[in-house]
Design a protein around this ligand. Structure first.
Ligand code: A2P
Length: 293
């Protein structure tokens, strides 16, 4: 399947620019702890039907993501696994090593998607373009070596993508952004979509901060759905791939149950118009110093 029309469950796929198929809802693991929690949650998500797991080196839980995958009994080739390169590993050689470290921690010989976690930006160093380009060259080498089935970025704005294009041989296929009612970055999202990048949503539930919003509660009630389900559905109808996360098995399953209703155009407009709510405070230019160093 190549677009967001007619999706019927979380296993249905979208097609990336290089032809790789990506299941339309992913299970997110940011802030999901170790000690067995991540392992059990990943297993629960796969048991609930998810076939797409999103992690990152900096989450510190790649090893347990791999354990959960193996414990689930689902075949490796049937699961789409994303992880992300951390900001301390910029540059060509360090990026190649970072790929191998993540693969070792995950216990995998390839990942389906590898993302640059944050761009290096101008206020960090005047060499920001070169540093991003060198990192990307490492992505391209690992992609060509078959360690990465697809490559992309996260938290990029148009200017960062345009700078990358100046030297990229392989264009980024995905940009993962904070996206939820109350913080849609709509201009950034549209630019990415118009330029062939699939947009993924981190914190599609606003990290829980939008779940008590009265406007959203009223809209969700019309469809006999929870606000969390409304948020996941809202992302899909905006042609954005949501990565909801929960550590509760019932909520993990409920967050995938979003294919039996359609939000009307009027309600989509009302949800999209929500004033800023639940913004994480992270943006590429104002990210914490260690995220742009
Ligand atoms: P919990 O793990 O206790 O379910 P996001 O995906 O936007 O980052 O949001 C994650 C937050 O939303 C977590 O705090 C999670 O808590 C909470 N959450 C996830 N799904 C639901 C749900 N269906 N109902 C209520 N809270 C939820």
């Amino acid at each position: 399947m190549s677009d967001f029309a007619n999706l019927t469950n979380v296993r249905d796929t979208l097609t990336l620019a290089n032809g790789v198929e990506i299941p339309c809802v992913g299970y997110g693991t940011w802030q999901t702890p170790n000690g067995g929690v991540t392992r059990d949650c990943v297993k629960a998500a796969l048991g609930a039907g998810y076939r797409h797991i999103d992690t990152a080196y900096i989450y510190g839980n790649e090893a347990e993501v791999g354990e959960g995958l193996r414990a689930s009994g689902v075949r490796r080739e049937d699961v789409f696994v994303t992880t992300k390169h951390w900001v301390t590993e910029r540059g060509y050689e360090k990026t190649l090593a970072a790929v191998d470290t993540s693969l070792r921690l995950l216990g995998l010989d390839y990942v389906d998607l590898y993302l640059v976690h944050w761009p290096c930006v101008a206020k960090c160093t005047e060499r920001w373009k070169e540093l991003n380009a060198e990192t990307w060259r490492g992505f391209e080498a690992a992609y060509k070596a078959g360690k990465l089935r697809a490559v992309g970025v996260s938290n990029y704005e148009a200017k960062h993508i345009e700078a990358l294009w100046e030297t990229a041989e392989v264009k980024p296929m995905v940009n993962q952004l904070e996206f939820h009612p109350g913080y849609t970055q709509i201009e950034n999202v549209k630019w990415m979509q118009q330029n062939g990048l699939l947009v993924e949503a981190w914190s599609p539930l606003g990290s829980g901060a939008v779940l008590k919003n009265e406007t959203l509660a009223a809209v969700a009630a019309k469809y006999n759905k929870t606000v969390a389900q409304l948020c996941v559905r809202f992302a899909l109808q905006m042609k954005v791939l949501p990565l909801p996360k929960s550590t509760n098995p019932a909520r993990i399953a409920a967050n995938a149950d979003v294919f039996d209703f359609e939000i009307s155009p009027e309600d989509m407009a009302a949800v999209a118009a929500l004033p800023q709510t639940g913004f994480s405070g992270f943006s590429p230019e104002d990210a914490p110093a260690d995220a742009i160093a």
